[in-house]
Design a protein. Structure first.
Length: 608
């Protein structure tokens, strides 16, 4: 029952390790959605979608909105300040009345007070023009805001002519980047709805003004009809041309002067000046065109936005495969963008910046988590192998060069066992501290000799050493490395013994046994505690051969198979003596080869 509880606890812990970062990413994504960064990013994306859709969606809007522009030509022709254009505006209104337009909107400031003292009967002339135009089409006056921030309503005389419900505030809502993309009438001091210029025109057209994004993807760029031309056509009584230009159209009269009433917009729809900031009258014209085409853009639900963030955070689960994770991020962002582009073409705006940022964060977080995991794994590998193998092999393992070799479960190896003779008796008469000191000194020397020939120290059994050759790094000739390592160990022991004798200590005698055979290798044990080791018949054989050294006058013994496979050079072969019919428990009679370091050195001296 306790084991089951521990297993369940481990499973829950594993789930938590994966789920908690995912949940954190979702929360971070939702928090990002409330930041200026996400909003600005979304606005940039929206503008790019408008630009792309214009190549195919511009035909969705008709040419039902016409701009009559007050440009430099009119400013030069009419010498008076625009506040004194009573007579000229009368001529414009009379001319437009001949064309029978659908609606006329004045995005200009009509006089707030009488200027009759300057222009005798000026008020009446302007009123005559308004009356003439009002008889032909509804007129809507724009109530502008002065530099002092106060509204500038026209004279009551003019409002009375067009009607109390035929004026609206020329107000627009700007986004965080200063551009106008949205239509709303919630522009009061406390965000209450107020009658706007465009909203009043829409109501007259039996259209409901709702909060929406102005669709800048529809309609061709605007051309304007110069105000001066309208005056000239009226004076010539050219009804045919006036009707061609304005009959049945919504007319907006506004400034297109270079430095007056400029409003930043996501797409410049001023065909006559494609660069720079377009005139404000175009905002009203495009808003009207949007509602006339039924193309007002509504924002997607918050639920969809949250779902997209959830999907973006799910990229965390691809973290173990960097290439797949990166592909998932790129693919998801591409799907987000083109999906949002498709929906924008259906008048739905999906803000994707938060989801895109979350996807990127999920990728980065995943890769950082994997990097941390790999560092921990490298540390574990370092801990597991640092005492087993030589530094060069350890570096190869850490660099991944031996990754495939580590995954191989079975291979032929050369096994070595080494043991100190009489160590048990020595331990009984020597203090534990001195025993450990001597043992550590001896094992350090032996380990260096084994590592010198790319051997792996499997374990220390008291004074005994188990090592093997051929894993984790494959060797060209594992048997040769094993024999050379054994010879190096005996050479190193000889040097160590000289030091021990000089210190008044007894010299150390050891026995070494080697065998070759197939073995299974890998980590053996539990996830919490395991050892990298090898298991096979040759392991036991090498151990028994080492024990057999006690019965023969040789410091190192190896099987006939090890000796033949080693293919040593002649100067080393002569140092080995064959021993036939050696009886080993559980292994029967075997042919072995024996080696003594003293005999080897005496032969070397004789040959010199």
């Amino acid at each position: 029952m306790n084991i089951r509880k521990v297993s369940i606890a481990h499973s829950l812990l594993d789930i938590a390790k994966t789920a908690i970062p995912f949940v954190c990413l979702v929360v971070v994504g939702l928090l990002i959605s409330a930041t200026d960064v996400a909003e600005r990013f979304d606005l940039l994306i929206l503008d790019s979608k408008f630009a792309l859709l214009r190549t195919s969606e511009a035909s969705r809007a008709s040419d039902g909105v016409v701009i009559v522009g007050i440009d430099e030509r009119a400013s030069d022709a009419f010498q008076e300040p625009i506040a004194l254009w009573h007579t000229h505006l009368r001529d414009v209104f009379v001319a437009l009345s001949l064309a029978k337009p659908r609606v006329v909107g004045l995005d200009i400031a009509l006089p707030q007070k009488s200027y009759d003292a300057i222009i005798p009967n000026g008020d009446m002339r302007l009123a005559e023009g308004l009356v003439a135009l009002r008889a032909a089409a509804p007129i809507f006056l724009g109530i502008t805001v002065g530099r002092d921030g106060k509204f500038r309503p026209p004279m009551p005389l003019f409002i009375g002519i067009v009607g109390q419900d035929s004026s609206g505030y020329v107000l627009v809502k700007t986004d965080i980047d200063g551009k106008v993309r949205r239509f709303t009438e919630k522009l009061g001091e406390h965000a209450e709805a107020v009658p706007t210029f465009v909203g009043q025109i829409l109501r007259k057209l039996n259209l409901k003004p709702i909060d929406a994004i102005i669709n800048y993807s529809i309609g061709a760029p605007f051309q304007y009809v110069p105000l001066q031309r309208v005056v000239e056509l009226g004076k010539r009584n050219d009804v045919k041309e006036l009707a061609r230009l304005f009959a049945g159209k919504i007319i907006l009269i506004g400034s297109v002067l270079p430095y007056e009433d400029r409003v930043p917009q996501p797409v410049n729809l001023a065909a006559w000046e494609p660069d720079g900031t377009p005139p404000g009258v175009i905002v009203h014209a495009q808003a009207l065109r949007t509602f006339l085409a039924g193309a007002e853009v509504k924002s997607a639900s918050a639920t969809l936005q949250a779902f997209l963030v959830l999907l973006a955070a799910a990229i965390w689960f691809f973290r173990k495969k960097s290439a797949l994770s990166l592909l998932a991020v790129g693919g998801y962002i591409a799907i987000l963008y083109f999906g949002a582009l498709f929906l924008l073409g259906r008048n739905i705006e999906v803000a994707i910046a938060t989801a895109a940022i979350t996807a990127f964060l999920a990728y980065v977080a995943g890769q950082l988590a994997e990097l941390a995991h790999n560092i921990r794994e490298r540390q574990k590998i370092h801990q597991v192998f640092s005492g087993y193998v030589s530094p060069p092999i350890l570096n190869s393992i850490l660099s991944g060069e031996l990754e495939n070799e580590l995954s191989k479960r079975s291979r032929p190896l050369c096994f070595m066992f080494a043991d100190i003779r009489g160590f048990t008796a020595y331990s009984k008469v020597t203090s534990p501290e001195k025993v450990i000191q001597l043992l550590n000194r001896y094992l350090s020397v032996m380990t260096d000799a084994i590592h010198q020939f790319d051997g792996t120290v499997d374990k220390f059994r008291g004074d005994g050493i188990m090592a093997f050759f051929g894993a984790p790094k494959p060797l060209v000739n594992a048997s040769r490395n094993g024999l050379l390592a054994g010879m190096a160990m005996l050479d190193a022991l000889k040097t160590l013994n000289v030091e021990l004798v000089a210190e008044g200590e007894a010299p150390i005698e050891i026995g070494i046994g080697l065998a070759f055979g197939e073995a299974v290798i890998g980590n053996i044990g539990s996830p919490e505690r395991h050892d990298y080791t090898a298991i096979g018949d040759a392991v036991n054989l090498a151990a028994h051969i080492q024990e057999h050294c006690k019965k023969v006058p040789f410091q190192m013994l190896c099987t006939n198979d090890v000796f033949d496979r080693a293919a040593l050079f002649s100067d080393k072969i002569s140092a080995f003596a064959p021993l036939v019919n050696q009886e080993l428990a559980k292994h029967g009679r075997l042919k072995l080869y024996g080696f003594n370091v003293k005999h080897h050195h005496s032969q070397t001296s004789d040959s010199m």
